[in-house]
Design a protein around this ligand. Structure first.
Ligand code: TYC
Length: 102
């Protein structure tokens, strides 16, 4: 067998493409006016948190100024941020949240 031929019989590429999409962290910010109940409601409805966890996250934000609500792909994170702001405005609360690339 010539060297040239050996070179052409390469192992097939078995490595799968495992490129993961960039992920975005969504945070809630504290303020003095939004009610605790509303924040707990948002964490349950928008971020799918069970009640007990929603209360813990809300208290963390209340005490520390901000807190992580979830990690999502770009489009989902953008939609969560918009939904929070829309719900807050509709209920006349100044609640803000933001997203940050991981
Ligand atoms: N600090 C608010 C209060 O005392 C409660 C609150 C918690 C507001 C979390 C926003 O993201 C927030 N009513």
């Amino acid at each position: 067998m010539s060297e040239g031929l050996i070179e052409t019989i390469k192992e097939p590429k078995t490595k799968k493409k495992t490129k993961k999409p960039p992920m975005y962290k969504v945070y809630l910010l504290n303020d003095d006016y939004t009610t605790m109940d509303f924040v707990v409601y948002v964490l349950q409805e928008v971020f799918g948190k069970p009640y007990e966890e929603a209360v813990q996250i809300m208290l963390h934000v209340h005490r520390r100024g901000m807190g992580l609500c979830g990690v999502y792909t770009k489009e989902i994170a953008e939609t969560k941020v918009e939904t929070v702001h829309r719900l807050a405005r509709a209920n006349q609360f100044p609640l803000k949240c933001y997203m940050e690339r991981e």
